[in-house]
Design a protein around this ligand. Structure first.
Ligand code: SF4
Ligand code: SF4
Ligand code: SF4
Length: 264
């Protein structure tokens, strides 16, 4: 299974990855907007025209204020909540690792938006024929042996593409060999059952806008557990409702028979 290792400490904020992503995915430019934090990036957040976003954060690291860059995109979860919530299987976890979105299957219900713990899928609110949009790990490039465009253009090696297991080993080695350079965590290694995007950072992840209150278990595993519990409850409730219905019916029959002076 493939994935990315994103080392934010190597990012220089050039945004070549954002431009390459737009070029490959045929996304139009975005008009800058003014807003007051958090972050100094533009656009402010991911949207239907921006599948990846470099965030600009002014934070204290190493005893002084520094620019610290974050990198937001679909995390390509190992067991994705978006795919599990989609009623028509428009989102699928591919064997290669990418969570791919099939435009022709999507009915625009937006359940995937609510089910994603990273708030990633976006919607083309201004389109007459709106679609869900997000990073596909450049699945079309991957299928023909090419590297995703963001990883291809990054001039500093801040985005590595490869086998997830190798990337975990590489991240562990960086943490081991240079512990003072990083927060001691591989973000994405365990969150919500693990993701194919792994992130290293020099600043605490919550200060860069990454959700840090996520469970280790995948979200669909909670749903599966709840569904296992449902049959008993439903059967029990069905029985109670059935018996109640019978009793009420029976009372009606008895009353009606009583009025006629017969036996019910
Ligand atoms: S291309 Fe690389 S260095 Fe430039 S902003 Fe993207 S991740 Fe950072
Ligand atoms: S980050 Fe969100 S959109 Fe991406 S695979 Fe995970 S649940 Fe789906
Ligand atoms: S993998 Fe492709 S679609 Fe995803 S952020 Fe990189 S360039 Fe964009």
């Amino acid at each position: 299974m493939k994935g990315f290792l994103i080392d934010n400490s190597k990012c220089i904020g050039c945004r070549a990855c954002m431009v390459a992503c737009k070029q490959w995915n045929n996304l139009t430019a975005s008009k800058p907007v003014f807003f007051s934090g958090p972050g100094y990036q533009n656009p402010r957040d991911l949207d239907a025209n921006n599948f990846t976003l470099i965030t600009y954060n002014e934070l204290e690291t190493g005893g002084r204020m520094n620019w610290v860059f974050g990198n937001r995109r679909c995390m390509h979860c190992n067991d994705p909540g978006c795919a599990s919530a989609c009623p028509v299987k428009a989102l699928e976890k591919t064997p290669e690792g990418a969570v791919y979105w099939n435009a022709w299957k999507c009915i625009g219900c937006r359940y995937c938006m609510f089910a994603c713990p990273y708030h990633i899928p976006t919607f083309e609110w201004r389109s007459a024929n709106p679609e869900i949009r997000k990073c596909t790990m450049c699945y079309d490039r991957m299928k023909v042996g090419m590297v995703p465009s963001c990883a291809k253009v990054c001039p500093t090696g801040a985005i590595l593409f490869g086998e997830r297991a190798d990337l975990v080993a590489e991240a562990e080695s960086r943490l081991r060999n240079n512990p003072s350079a990083y927060v001691h965590q591989i973000y994405g290694k365990d969150e919500v059952g693990g993701t194919c995007v792994l992130i290293l950072s020099e600043a605490p992840f919550d200060q860069l806008g990454y959700p840090t209150d996520l469970p280790k278990r995948s979200l669909p595993s909670y749903t599966a557990q709840a569904m296992e519990a449902i049959p008993g409850v439903v059967v029990g409730l069905g029985l109670v409702l059935g018996i109640t219905y019978k009793l009420i019916n029976r009372r009606g029959e008895v009353a009606a028979a009583g009025e006629k002076g017969g036996r019910a």
